[in-house]
Design a protein around this ligand. Structure first.
Ligand code: SAM
Length: 192
């Protein structure tokens, strides 16, 4: 069976993330990706997670504590547009994931916004290591979602081919705005 955007996003992370890596969860939400990343990087790695909602940070912290995965995770109740101030200046990021939209079963008016999403992506492109991956799952069925979808697609289409591979994955015959999974893979800049 073809994989859902969620499952495929985890496969794409698993292919590159190994123990000891530094990775980012740009939209912590209910913590599903945060826990997944925490297992991949192990106790020697680091997951830095961002969400603007207190509820998201608290729920995820509790899940991490219960799973014994809190040692390698630092959660920040602040926007992902601030990530360049949080990521240690001597470290490079191996992978990052963003799930755009609103927190399921929560306030549908608190959504990711194109200007802050694009700021985070632009900064991350500079901070990601060669062959590292930035994954953006675009949910856009809600009010405001279409604007952000177009802004993100416009941004990623313009990333020079010499710098990154950019992949788009979506079921195009599904109803109700199926998510679009974008993967940006930094190319190696080494000259052979
Ligand atoms: N990955 C999450 C999970 O596994 O449950 C789902 C994330 S949900 C689709 C989007 C989240 O982005 C919401 O929890 C929302 O509070 C958060 N958010 C909105 N604006 C944000 C920003 N500027 N920086 C970080 N998170 C933001």
């Amino acid at each position: 069976m073809l994989k859902t955007a969620l499952h495929y996003s985890h496969d794409l992370l698993k292919e590159v993330v190994t123990e000891g890596d530094l990775v980012i969860d740009g939209t912590v939400g209910n913590g599903n990706d945060t826990l997944f990343l925490a297992e991949l990087v192990g106790e020697t790695g680091t997951v830095i997670g961002f969400d603007v909602q207190e509820q998201a940070i608290q729920t995820t912290q509790t899940k991490l504590d219960e799973a014994g995965l809190n040692k390698q995770v630092a959660l920040y109740q602040q926007g992902h547009e601030t990530l360049a101030h949080v990521i240690p200046s001597d470290k490079k990021v191996k992978a990052a994931i963003f799930n755009l939209g609103y927190l399921p079963k929560s306030d549908k008016t608190i959504i990711t916004q194109s200007h802050t999403t694009l700021k985070a992506l632009a900064d991350l492109l500079e901070l990601t290591e060669d062959l590292g991956r930035i994954i953006v799952v675009i949910y856009y069925g809600h009010d405001g979602g279409e604007i952000e979808k177009e802004a993100v697609l416009d941004f990623v289409r313009q990333i020079p081919q010499t710098q990154c591979n950019v992949l788009s994955y979506q079921f195009i015959n599904q109803k109700n705005n199926p998510p679009i999974l974008i993967t940006i893979e930094k190319k190696s800049q080494k000259i052979n």
